[in-house]
Design a protein around this ligand. Structure first.
Ligand code: C2G
Length: 709
């Protein structure tokens, strides 16, 4: 049937290349050569390519001295190839084992054929293709719809067709090099067969910030590259179908990407002349099919007056925002926020506090605030709390996402929060944003996460949003040196880290007295004479009812615990704030108490004699008290492997036993003195590593740094 030359340009994809090549070695169609074009990759990647190619006869490896771009690499590959067919595969993607076989089987007399491209966010996806007769569907008028993402991927093409039509990739653009190749290719085929069983997995990179794929690159580059390619191709070819394809893609790109970019008016000027050139090539009949607003903008661009276009753009941006604003109450608030509140002056003495997305008056923001009011500092305070909560000092209280929320956020100079603000909030230059974060990380965080299994997002979106958020923090509070290191990397953070310890832990040093403990127990209505076990597990990324609403199935047998321990102990069940499941303690009344709604977990630490947790950061804080900690890690392998991954080996580092069953938990509690002796050394080491900075004055240190310097 002929040999297929698979051309794989490689640029710093050392994390993915082995999987990519493995998918080629596994092809059921064996008559292939693999051309690896190392496009000036780093040393690690280059060495990896050398090792891989030495181990396999059908790999031919070529090196460029410097990075020349994907277009140049593929052109080189075509020239060096010896096959009858050409197939382009990107080095971070992969294909199921039958893809090449299906394509070559169906190409018949055609010059090219296309399979299906599927995006994947996962580390590895697979497709089960059952043996059978697959039909290639022939496309004539709609053949251009197969230029997905404007790319030449997952086409199998005859080499002599490429040569006789002088097809090549653009070498002077970074992102849309494929258009130069694929548009004339399609012009020269009367129709295109498509087989949907021939799948190509396009990987959405999970490091869009530090290691972006081409499409994840800077939007300004995408704009200039696309304008460039559009003009060139319009001038070079006269083909009715290609014209329609190019005009529609260009106008859609203008509406989706360029208009959004032009929200920042300063950006317009440097693109205006090129845009004028491009728009003057758009066919009037195509333009006619678009809405009034877009037509008006295109006409204004074509007139060539930058000032006039800026005015129209300003008006239209407002209209677009207003139109979106009218879609719902929520959107209208955002419209007012963006268009009015954010245009007003900032109040220099207003401080806006939020803890766990307004779920409680708690955590480090609470202690920073308390320090400020106790010291009569001259500020006006705003607290975002969703429920009616008593807060000393009479601050203004507002609910998250209310109109007042947006108003006060826009006008308060200082923002203090322990988690993220909504993505659509705007931090102006005068705002000062203090991020306290909410725990020493054990579970991998943000930029360090491989997979994201939370509902309503994916790894790329999650990281991008996270990145946008961390880049607006002015200060980040760190509880220990270990966290500082991780925060810098996982949050891409290189600004002010306040190495004060956690304000939320001040209480563990300042209120650790019998009197204070009795007062909290009284407030909770729990018996004073019994010892207290606090069970505070974390949440599971993949168990949820919906966005932000997680499930938790209690895996502790409380009845059994009551039978064995009830005379001496009571248990406080403390669910993570994301957990929406209700705990049913009716069968174990007087023994188990649901304290999930209690605002300040620090007070619960103080009144408990031991902690049971799992992968929650609570144990880093609890260790300040030097009281026993048990780890009920019944799903350790799943949690560590599949869900999150950890920063360190739990078995090695944590200051207490890892237990898998209720019986083991009961046994450890029954013999807690022995457990303590056994873990004393580990506990001391742990304390020395993670608990060195807190002495009860972290709030004061943060306030000094942010408000008194
Ligand atoms: N928390 C709580 N009750 C629980 C679990 C947690 O009150 N049952 C509070 C603690 O203050 C804890 C914080 O929420 O330190 C963060 O909880 P984690 O279980 O560690 O999980 P997460 O919210 O995912 O934060 O760097 C820290 C990580 O980001 C983890």
């Amino acid at each position: 049937m002929g040999k297929i030359s698979v051309i794989v340009p490689v640029y710093n994809t050392e994390k993915y290349i082995a999987e990519c090549l493995e998918s080629l070695f596994n092809q059921t169609y064996k008559n292939i050569e693999i051309l690896l074009i190392n496009d000036g990759s780093n040393q690690e990647c280059t060495e990896k390519l050398e090792t891989l190619s030495e181990a396999h006869d059908n790999i031919r490896l070529f090196h460029f001295d410097a990075n020349k771009g994907v277009g140049a690499a593929r052109n080189f590959g075509v020239k060096a190839s010896t096959g009858d067919f050409i197939y382009f595969l990107d080095s971070d993607d992969y294909i199921p084992e039958k893809t090449l076989e299906i394509l070559i089987h169906h190409i018949k007399d055609n010059d090219m054929i296309r399979g299906r491209i599927k995006s994947t966010h996962f580390a590895k996806s697979f497709a089960v293709i059952f043996d059978g007769i697959y039909n290639a569907k022939i496309h004539t008028d709609e053949k251009y719809k197969f230029i997905k993402n404007k790319s030449a991927l997952n086409f199998l093409i005859r080499k002599d067709f490429i040569i006789s039509n002088h097809l090549y990739f653009a070498e002077d653009v970074r992102i849309y090099a494929d258009l130069e190749f694929i548009v004339p290719a399609l012009i020269n085929v009367p129709h295109l067969p498509h087989v949907k069983e021939a799948i190509y997995f396009k990987r959405k990179r999970n490091a869009p910030i530090l290691n972006p794929s081409l499409m994840q690159e800077d939007v300004s580059l995408r704009i200039s590259d696309f304008i460039h390619m559009y003009i060139r191709l319009k001038d070079k070819y006269e083909d009715a179908l290609a014209d329609v394809f190019l005009d529609i893609r260009f106008l859609n790109f203008y509406r989706k990407t360029i208009v959004t970019f032009f929200k920042d008016e300063k950006t317009i000027e440097s693109y205006f002349q090129d845009l004028l050139e491009a728009m003057s090539r758009v066919d009037e009949n195509i333009l006619k099919t678009y809405d009034y607003v877009l037509k008006k903008e295109v006409q204004t661009i074509k007139k060539g007056s930058l000032a006039q276009y800026k005015r129209v753009n300003r008006r239209h941006q407002f209209l677009r925002d207003f139109k979106t604003g009218c879609k719902s109450r929520k959107k209208f608030k955002r419209f007012l926020y963006k268009r009015f509140f954010n245009k007003q002056s900032i109040k220099n003495n207003w401080v806006f506090f939020e803890s766990f997305h307004g779920r409680s008056y708690s955590d480090s923001p609470k202690y920073i605030y308390q320090h400020m009011i106790e010291n009569n500092m001259n500020y006006k305070y705003i607290w975002c709390v969703n429920d009616h909560t008593d807060i000393p000092g009479n601050p203004i209280k507002i609910k998250r996402f209310s109109l007042r929320y947006y108003y006060y956020l826009a006008k308060s100079k200082y923002w203090v929060s322990n988690s993220r603000f909504p993505n659509d909030t705007v931090k102006r230059e005068e705002h000062v944003y203090v991020q306290t974060w909410h725990g020493t990380p054990l579970k991998r965080l943000a930029g360090d996460m491989e997979n994201v299994l939370m509902p309503g997002t994916n790894v790329e979106k999650y990281k991008r949003n996270f990145y946008n958020e961390t880049q607006r923090w002015d200060y980040l509070v760190s509880p220990n040196a270990y966290s500082t290191n991780i925060f810098e990397q996982a949050f891409w953070f290189d600004r002010n880290i306040i190495e004060s310890g956690y304000p939320r832990n001040d209480i563990l040093y300042n209120k650790n007295s019998d009197e204070d403990i009795v007062a909290v127990k009284r407030k909770l209505g729990i018996p004073n004479e019994k010892k207290v076990i606090l069970y505070a597990p974390t949440w599971r990324d993949d168990e949820y009812y919906g966005k932000g609403k997680y499930k938790f199935t209690l895996a502790l047998d409380l009845q059994k615990m009551q039978e064995c321990l009830g005379d001496e102990y009571i248990v406080l069940l403390r669910m993570h704030y994301f957990i929406a499941s209700q705990m049913d303690v009716s069968d174990v009344q007087g023994f188990a108490f649901d304290v999930s709604d209690y605002e300040d977990i620090g007070e619960l630490y103080l009144i408990s004699d031991m902690l049971i947790t799992d992968y929650s950061s609570v144990f880093f804080d609890y260790a300040h008290l030097k009281r026993p900690i048990l780890f009920y890690t019944y799903d350790l392998d799943k949690y560590r492997g599949q869900l999150r991954g950890f920063y360190f080996d739990m078995e090695e580092e944590v200051p207490g036993p890892l237990l898998k069953t209720t019986d083991e938990v009961i046994e450890a509690i029954g013999d807690i003195g022995h457990v303590q002796t056994e873990y004393q050394n580990k506990y001391d080491e742990f304390h020395n590593t993670y608990c060195l900075w807190d002495h009860g004055d972290a709030s004061s240190a943060v306030v000094k740094e942010v408000f008194e310097k």
